[in-house]
Design a protein around this ligand. Sequence first.
Ligand SMILES: Cc1cc2nc3c(=O)[nH]c(=O)nc-3n(C[C@H](O)[C@H](O)[C@H](O)COP(=O)(O)OP(=O)(O)OC[C@H]3O[C@@H](n4cnc5c(N)ncnc54)[C@H](O)[C@@H]3O)c2cc1C
Length: 580
Amino acid sequence: GVTSDPSSVANATFDYIVVGGGTAGLTVASRLSEDVGVRVLVIEAGPDNRTDPLISDVTQFTVATGSALNWAYKTVDGRTISGGKTLGGSSSINGATWTRGMRAQYDAFTLLLDPEDADKGWNWDGLFPYMKKAEGFTPPNDTQRAAGADDVIAYHGFDGPVKTGFPLGMFVGSPQPYFAQTAHNLTGLKLSPDLNGGDADCVSFVPNSLNPHKNDTRSSSAVSYLSPVEDVRPNWTTLLSHQVTRILFSGASLPLTATAVEFVPTPANASATPISRLPTYNVHVTRDIILAAGAIRTPALLQLSGIGAATHLSVLNIVPLVDLPTVGKNFQEQTNTPAAAAGSGFDARGRGPNDIVAFPSLYELFGDAAEGAADEIRNGIDGWSKSQAHNAASAEALKRIFDVQAGTIINDSCFAAPLAIALWNLLPFSRGNVTIVSADPLVQPAIDVGWFSVPFDLRVQVAGARLARAILSSPPTSTLSLGETVPGFNTVPANATDAEWATWLRGAFTANSHPIGTAALMSRALGGVVDASLKVYDTANLRVVDASVLPIQISAHLSSTVYGIAEKAADIVKAAWGGA
Ligand SMILES: Cc1cc2nc3c(=O)[nH]c(=O)nc-3n(C[C@H](O)[C@H](O)[C@H](O)COP(=O)(O)OP(=O)(O)OC[C@H]3O[C@@H](n4cnc5c(N)ncnc54)[C@H](O)[C@@H]3O)c2cc1C
């Protein structure tokens, strides 16, 4: 069941404890609790808001991100990265766009692991079946097909818990198909019936994580993986409104064995609440502790528990147990800017969400300048790995990672942005870090994204913004437009230089809220934090299963991939403990 009463779990013992009842956490807990012989506990910091219309109505997602349902993590430069603070985590407040990246990007995960882990399925062929296992797709109906929706049956799962499909309220007017046509006309980007099969270099109508059989309601991890079984699985307990503050180990000898987690009631106002005022509880584990607190909180919890850069932890009076300096490093978040035009007189029936996405490659984004841009990457990598080395294991390790990333960009990947109103550089080279600044677990870690610290990332965002302007002012989309409003020609003139565009972008961008990489699935030599079984290096039974493990960004919205990782993780954990 689901409870907010800590007395029901304090001092108890579970086989598995999952920290964070978000996208990955509820997925892995649901699969592990299929075995009625094991006891599974999820501890979630947020409350249960499954019936709140701000969550169930996906078109309200921008309102939800402005509410208490969002952690609204502040970066060191005052921007905000969103993350769901509620049962279901970010899957409860996200934009519900359902996409997957390029085959080559998933295959790159294996290239970053030790050679002996090459056969562990961290590639497209290994993850695609799990992404489909999570999915319960409804093909478009005739009305939706007439509006542009399409599908390739082989690219979808049909029996999985997360319901996906095109909204019954889908926009049926001209803007979406005109956008597709204009993007194609301007860049040569192919029109694809379905981008969810590993070739996302296209413009395509894409489904949403919602249930068309239930009035388009959001299909979060909570609704998908927990609701259907919460009354019939007494072996699965979810404790709400409690925040894990530390993982406890049996001793200091390596590999560390995690034995318990410490938790407190989530304070209404963390910055005004001394931790000493809160009751502290422990709960014990016999098998694994699984960190699924998301790419910001997971690395912070590792550091608070003594796993991180030993020198830094010592300064904070935390006893270092595993010297793993790359915990919280390798941080990759994207920059999002708007482009908009006024319009009227066209048929805009529908209420969304938006279903059209374009993922241009380097060649489609830069056009005639693409070879120059590719050279800029090739020639830049040496310098970039040095300038970003403080957020990596070393400049040499980062150069190897950048070589892999550059290969997926220059060879045949998609690169730049979903260009509608929001556009972002999908594959930034800039690296940042998430670092605790206090031993007090209620103090938010410092979040330094290092926005545009590799200047090429700004070049890409500028190229994306230029392309967005071109789309808005080229037929057939221009026939719908009454003129650009964002950025607007007064702000960025028609003949603006790259430098002028950059000035506007630096002020206008927001975080895209797709943070990853802070407990990366990579070889230890390259700066990885977890191995191919998602176990934290030098621990016996502490795993990370969330967006933190993604080593590099992908050309996609993240949730389908995070679900796939969590489904795969559940099988890894079951197998490790002798289950099926
Ligand atoms: C505003 C927004 C829009 C997005 N739009 C899309 C989109 O349209 N399509 C898409 O595919 N993806 C989208 N994403 C990205 C995607 O939703 C996330 O990448 C993904 O859900 C992350 O999953 P996760 O399991 O890593 O973390 P989360 O789902 O965020 O789960 C982490 C959970 O851990 C809990 N937690 C944190 N710290 C603690 C602690 N100490 N103790 C206990 N619990 C804790 C949190 O409250 C949360 O519930 C969006 C994300 C956001 C925030």
